[in-house]
Design a protein around this ligand. Structure first.
Ligand code: ATP
Length: 223
């Protein structure tokens, strides 16, 4: 399994008590597989994604990425691993306003690897795959919402991530654009053999995934 979460529990301090916001969740995503993570508002989807993305340490449970248990890695090792094996796409594209589409993706290689000829070639290949070959030198202000999300997708796939985490990546788009970007995400992730965990409220997006895992709201048990 490319991504494995075992018995993940997250509690947060609320005044003098601890609230359980994720309660013993098990989840596994294989290479090339897409799993839709659904559930009511507040059921812990984004929190679980932060755990999978190594941004949040769970209170209990283990996280395994590409067969390696990363639960107890030190912060520096987690940051390095995040840059090279985990791609993320959020609801907002979070692009840097002054950089062109090409530069947005090149930055990833620059920070996490090496921006050599091969990397530059891959940037153009990825942006072509997402249909932006004519917009390589456009800045975010010159791109539509859908186009910005495509740049974000290309950026997330730049390091050939083992795991792609997407948190409602199409929520800010109109239905036609949303369907288009979502289809592209599933197609590209499948093509690169990436294990994809997709948080979505959209039944159509969930239906396009290989499997759906639905979280129920924990009973906010006080510890
Ligand atoms: N740091 C925190 N402190 C206190 N409560 C938190 C914290 N982070 C999250 N929560 C609570 O935990 C619950 C789960 O939040 P989370 O954002 O993971 O849910 P979600 O399923 O992604 O919701 P949505 O679909 O609305 O985005 C929510 O009730 C939220 O208010």
């Amino acid at each position: 399994m490319s991504l494995q979460l075992n018995g993940i529990t997250v509690t947060v301090r609320d005044g003098r008590t601890d609230l359980i916001i994720v309660d013993g969740v098990d989840l596994a995503v294989a290479a090339g597989e897409t799993v839709a993570l659904t559930g009511p508002s507040g059921s812990g989807k984004s929190t679980l994604l932060s755990v999978a993305g190594l941004l949040l340490r769970p209170t209990a449970g283990r996280v395994t990425v590409a067969g390696v248990d990363v639960t107890d890695l030190k912060d520096r090792a987690r940051t390095r691993l995040r840059g090279t094996t985990i791609g993320v796409v959020y609801q907002a594209a979070n692009l840097l306003p002054s950089l062109t589409a090409r530069q947005q993706v090149e930055v990833v290689a620059h920070v996490n690897g090496r921006l050599d000829r091969t990397a530059r070639g891959r940037v153009v290949e990825l942006l072509t795959r997402v249909g932006l070959e004519d917009r390589l030198d456009a800045r975010p202000g010159e791109l539509s919402g859908g186009e910005r999300q495509r740049v974000a997708l290309a950026r997330a796939l730049m390091m050939e991530p083992t795991v792609l985490l997407a948190d409602e990546p199409t929520a800010a788009l109109d239905p036609a654009r949303a369907a288009e970007v979502n289809a592209l995400l599933l197609e590209e992730a499948g093509r690169w053999g990436t294990a994809t965990l997709l948080v979505t409220h959209d039944g159509a997006d969930a239906a396009g995934a290989d499997r759906e895992i639905r979280l129920e709201r924990p009973a906010s048990i006080v510890v």
